[in-house]
Design a protein around this ligand. Structure first.
Ligand code: DGY
Length: 322
């Protein structure tokens, strides 16, 4: 066994990019996606100097108890609700995320979801594949135009702003709510107006969620918030399951008190609330908003850079989550 420090990568990524670690580290990469139990994860972390992990890997005090050599947990994702930052910091372990490199990709996907659910693309495709298309009907599959309708954004970080930038091409006014308003110049650049959460809920025709999941944002959209939305409105979640109370959402969608939803993330994913699966006014996808060829490569490269930087091998500073 070499005396190089060891790095473990918890999931298949891109071998050509991971190879940049090899001159400096003993690298072990999992060949398949596995959801490790807490005990398995603790065993994997023990003896490693660095790890590159993803949302499926929940890392807290128990998982790092035996990881006495561990210096960095590099998360493949901008969100890091899978990491217990207090436990990592108490153990002197750095954490990094993959901020910024996925902004445009996630913004594109949020728009794709919004347009898809507005025009009923998912339900129409299912119907066509099921062999129901026997005549082209003028009045079938009527969706909703987005032009002139109000786009609401809850959470106006870098991804929220990338979403807002796209709205002018679609002729949509943008309202947003955030912990605090953007600096005036940024607000002007994305042509968006700050409102309180109640006004955002009441006035949005399409409401996009782009918040991190924290104890404060859990169920930020539950039954009381859904009741304030227009019955013609649609909800798009590309952030995290857990921000929305999926059971409450399924009720308002079934009762048509909300016109539609497009969800890329779920409470308890990969499980999806069974009531959502029965509805045809919901577009569902398996947490793929950042899953483009370019972006997943860029995320891998940034995680690798963060590990290299911490060990003094790279030009890039590690990016601790903020
Ligand atoms: C992120 O970057 O947080 C994504 O949701 C992970 O795929």
């Amino acid at each position: 066994m070499s005396d190089k420090p060891r790095v473990w990568i918890s999931r298949p990524t891109f071998p050509g990019i991971i190879a940049r670690l090899e001159p400096h580290f003993e690298v072990t990469a999992e060949p398949e996606e596995v959801k490790f139990s807490r005990t398995e994860l603790a065993a994997k972390l023990a003896g490693q100097d660095a790890v590159i992990v993803g949302l499926k890997d929940r890392i807290g005090a128990a998982e790092i108890a035996a990881a006495t050599r561990l210096r960095i947990v590099a998360n493949l994702g901008v969100g890091y609700d899978n990491l217990d930052l207090d436990a990592l910091s108490a153990a002197g372990i750095a954490a990094s995320n993959t901020a910024d490199v996925l902004n445009e990709s996630v913004a594109d996907y949020a728009w794709a979801m919004m347009l898809g659910v507005a025009r009923r693309m998912n339900a129409a495709e299912r119907w066509l594949r099921a062999g129901h298309w026997h005549a082209t009907e003028f009045k079938a599959w009527l969706g909703m135009d987005v032009r002139g309708r109000t786009l609401g954004i809850l959470g106006m970080g870098r991804i929220g702003q990338a979403i807002a930038h796209r709205a002018s091409g679609f002729g949509m006014p943008v309202l947003y709510h955030n912990r605090s308003p953007l600096p005036e110049a940024d607000e002007r650049a994305c042509n968006a107006r700050y409102v309180d959460k109640q006004q955002l809920l009441r006035e949005s025709d399409f409401l996009m969620l782009v918040l991190p999941l924290t104890t404060q944002t859990r169920h930020a959209i539950g039954a009381p918030e859904l009741a304030q939305m227009k019955p013609t409105a649609m909800l798009i979640n590309v952030a995290r399951g857990g921000i929305v109370d999926d059971a409450a959402l399924a009720v308002v969608l079934r009762e048509r008190r909300l016109a539609g939803a497009a969800l890329d993330v779920f409470e308890g994913e990969p499980a999806v609330h069974p009531a959502l699966l029965e509805l045809d006014n919901v577009l569902l996808s398996p947490h793929i908003a950042s899953a483009s060829q370019e972006t997943r490569r860029a995320m891998t490269a940034l995680a690798v850079d963060n590990v290299l930087a911490l060990f003094g091998h790279g030009p890039h500073a590690g990016r601790p989550p903020t």
